[in-house]
Design a protein around this ligand. Structure first.
Ligand code: ADP
Length: 168
């Protein structure tokens, strides 16, 4: 079974095999985690994303899916880009958020990544309530059928950390 850890920190600094990016469908960069990963990882990541757009995802990476690139200058070896759903009140999109975690782990398995760091996907610009995002994230990872040995949730601030550790 996968070992789950929680830390407060910056995902770009994690010494793991793969870090997950809360990307947008364009794969061409954005704010939040995405901006931090591209700033710190350098242009190699964006070039790889552009190639993926051209070769496989002409109309963008669909919500709930995941795809890997180099991690450029980050300490990790790979970035796994996943597109979280935008929160919409009155609409249950939790299946798509769970899919982000499941698909990212599937990609990690394909890569042979043993350690993976996740941010709290969709809980920033995409507006998902942190408590619910934490419940879905941890529940999905614990239930996943994966060869990944360790999943580290990297929470940017104390409030996010508190929301996640409830599920330790
Ligand atoms: P989304 O568009 O999926 O909501 P964001 O990047 O806006 O993605 O936010 C996702 C979560 O990541 C938010 O909780 C945000 O506070 C957090 N976050 C932002 N920057 C970092 C970082 N460098 N490391 C880890 N988490 C981060």
């Amino acid at each position: 079974m996968v070992q789950v850890e929680f830390v407060q920190g910056d995902i770009t600094e994690q010494q793991v095999d793969a870090v997950v990016n809360a990307a947008n469908s364009s794969l061409l960069g954005g704010g939040g985690v995405d901006g931090a990963i591209h700033r710190k990882g350098g242009p190699e990541i964006l070039n790889a994303c552009r190639d993926l757009r051209a070769s496989h995802y002409g109309s963008g990476l669909p919500t709930g899916q995941a795809v890997a690139t180099t991690a450029g200058r980050l300490p990790a070896r790979w970035v796994i880009h996943t597109v979280g759903p935008v929160w919409r009140a009155g609409e249950d999109r939790s299946g798509l958020l769970a899919s982000c975690y499941r698909e990212s782990l599937r990609v990690a398995d394909e890569l042979g990544a043993a350690t993976v760091a996740f941010p709290a996907v969709s809980t920033g610009i995409y507006g998902w309530p942190m408590d619910d995002g934490a419940r879905i994230a941890v529940g999905t990872v614990r239930a996943a059928d994966t060869a990944v040995r360790e999943v580290r949730f990297v929470l940017f601030d104390a409030a996010a950390y508190e929301a996640f550790v409830v599920y330790m």
